[in-house]
Ligand binder design. Structure first.
Ligand SMILES: C[S@@+](CC[C@H](N)C(=O)[O-])C[C@H]1O[C@@H](n2cnc3c(N)ncnc32)[C@H](O)[C@@H]1O
Length: 213
């Protein structure tokens, strides 16, 4: 396990060129997830043992696809169903300028707020404890989500929150092709680009642009 963690940290250094300061904030965050896991079950117990690969790296693989835009002062990312902060907190630590994390479960939002405070990114994040369907429109440039909802449902929810010209950057599992077909059958039109998953080779990073119905 230790070897795997070290190789993932190496990946952050060599592929994402994270600074020492960013690495130390990622380490702090990973420690918090592991520490809080037994009391509030914020990630699966088995995955907590491999938090660097299963959660931090899996989330961070989308960073190269949005880093340029995310670091601009006026770019707003909205992360749907953030849970313990994947990918929302990871994106914020990596340098995203403004991330709103929408999460309906109170104990998770308490963890998110505390994690952002301790990892020094509270000023660049907003933790919204609300149901996405009921929240006021966000006008997001980018909507992210991991392990959140099937694509047609996600697009239904995102419709009110994505600004015109905005895009989705999603982590999707092995059913991604049928989800794309289901979304098209539901009347959604978009251009899609997929990249092979790094941690889950059957999954993908999925980018949707020009989404309309
Ligand atoms: C399977 S978890 C994934 C969490 C995180 N994105 C991850 O990859 O580890 C889905 C999360 O979405 C939240 N969620 C589900 N439906 C929601 C809704 N309608 N509004 C806000 N949050 C929701 C749940 O509470 C849960 O934390």
């Amino acid at each position: 396990m230790q070897t795997n963690t070290e190789s993932v940290k190496k990946w952050f250094e060599t592929e994402l060129h994270v600074s020492r300061e960013t690495m130390s904030r990622l380490e702090h965050y990973a420690d918090l997830v592991v520490k809080w896991q037994p009391s509030i079950n914020i990630v699966g117990a088995s995955t907590a043992e491999d938090v660097w690969a299963r959660h931090l790296q899996d989330s961070a693989q989308i960073w190269p696809h949005l880093a340029d835009i995310a670091q601009k002062s006026d770019t707003k990312i909205v992360d749907f169903g953030s849970g313990a902060g994947f990918p929302g907190v990871v994106l914020s630590i990596l340098g995203a300028n403004h991330v709103t994390m929408m999460e309906s479960v109170t104990k998770k939002t308490i963890f998110l707020t505390e994690a952002c405070r301790l990892c020094d990114c509270l000023g660049k994040t907003r933790v919204a404890r609300e149901r996405i369907e009921a929240a006021k429109p966000e006008n997001a440039d980018i909507i992210t989500a991991r392990a959140f909802a099937p694509l047609p449902k996600l697009l239904d929810m995102g419709q009110r929150h994505l600004k015109p010209g905005g895009k989705y950057v999603l982590l999707k599992g092995r059913a991604f092709e049928s989800e794309l077909a289901d979304a098209r059958n539901a009347g959604w039109r978009f251009s899609v680009t997929t990249f092979p998953g790094l941690v889950d080779p059957e999954g993908v990073v999925m980018i949707l642009e020009g989404v309309e119905r």
